[in-house]
Design a protein around this ligand. Structure first.
Ligand SMILES: [Zn+2]
Ligand SMILES: [Zn+2]
Length: 292
């Protein structure tokens, strides 16, 4: 059964919405924003990664940077962080400088954020000069994490583990839990122990995927390079089955499928996973609900 969208109101505290705010990849696509996923539990909104177009898609998902309790970054590949500057600036302006944006990520995240803010120095000075309400630049708190750490953000509990996306190091995946509901968001990675730990028995396992059978046909050697550091659809499905995930959500699909090809992708995953398989356009929403 699909639990697509909606579950607010009556299910307060018993639901967790997983919104695929960006299902694209580094390859530009007019219909797919860059990788990001939004988790919503009541007023607690947590954004995982901040790819191309993320703020537009957040608006489409009924959220805004101002509403974020935190941003979690899986790794510092540009497709996952290239619009973090928009999240920071929009949060700063819409809060009139009064709110702190919390950003969690692997070592290197703080330097990246500081450099983003430096890159925006001219804009920041113009706005401070123009708006009486703004007395300082963006208020950002960055927490760099090590594998195995856990913490709470508002209503949700978060665990992190190392993933494998070499030569990109370090990389982190996350498990977010609330009221016996859980989702694993592991970013770009090949199957590994960290992914298994995070996705064990989850309600939703979100995996960035490629089709190795199609990518492998490419004459472009740079495309072939991506084969060795992503999960392909079959590997993601094998992981989902191995760890007893209830649902597998495919995102960051390479090559991006059109609607007519979704069933083919699901069939590839179905060979290895008996649970629910979700593939879709940007803003595909899975509303996890705890049985009362
Ligand atoms: Zn990556
Ligand atoms: Zn990526």
């Amino acid at each position: 059964m699909n639990w697509f969208s909606g579950g607010l109101g009556l299910w307060q505290n018993n639901y967790m919405d997983v919104v695929l705010t960006g299902t694209g990849s580094p390859l530009p696509d007019p219909n797919r924003a860059g990788p990001s996923t939004l988790i919503k539990v009541d007023d607690c909104h947590v954004l995982v990664d901040a790819g191309r177009g993320v703020v537009m898609r957040m608006a489409g998902a009924g959220s805004l940077p101002l509403f974020l309790s935190a941003v979690l970054i899986t790794h510092l590949h540009s497709d996952h962080i290239c619009d973090l500057n928009d999240v920071i600036t929009t949060h700063w302006i819409m809060s009139q400088g009064n709110a702190v944006l919390s950003i969690y990520g692997p070592p290197g995240t703080e330097e990246f954020v500081n450099r983003q803010i430096h890159a925006l120095e001219a804009d920041i000075s113009y706005r401070i000069e123009h708006h009486q309400e703004l007395t300082d630049g963006p208020q950002v708190q960055v927490v760099e994490l090590a594998p195995g750490e856990h913490f709470t953000i508002g209503e949700v509990f978060v665990r992190t583990e190392a993933t494998e996306h070499a030569p990109v190091k370090p990389t982190l995946g996350y498990r977010i839990e609330h009221n016996e509901l859980s989702v694993a968001l592991v970013g770009d990675t090949v199957p590994c122990n960290g992914v298994d730990e995070l996705a064990r028995d989850v309600d939703a396992y979100v995996q960035t995927v490629i089709r190795s059978d199609l990518v492998g046909l490419s004459p472009n050697s740079m495309m072939l390079d991506i084969l060795d550091y992503h999960s392909d659809v079959q590997q993601a499905a094998q992981t989902a089955e191995r760890v007893n995930a209830k649902r597998l959500l495919l995102t960051h699909m390479v090559p991006a499928p059109n609607k007519e090809q979704y069933s083919e992708w699901v069939s590839e995953a179905r060979k290895h996973f008996r649970g629910e398989i979700v593939i879709g356009d940007d803003l595909t929403t899975v509303s996890l609900q705890r049985t009362p």
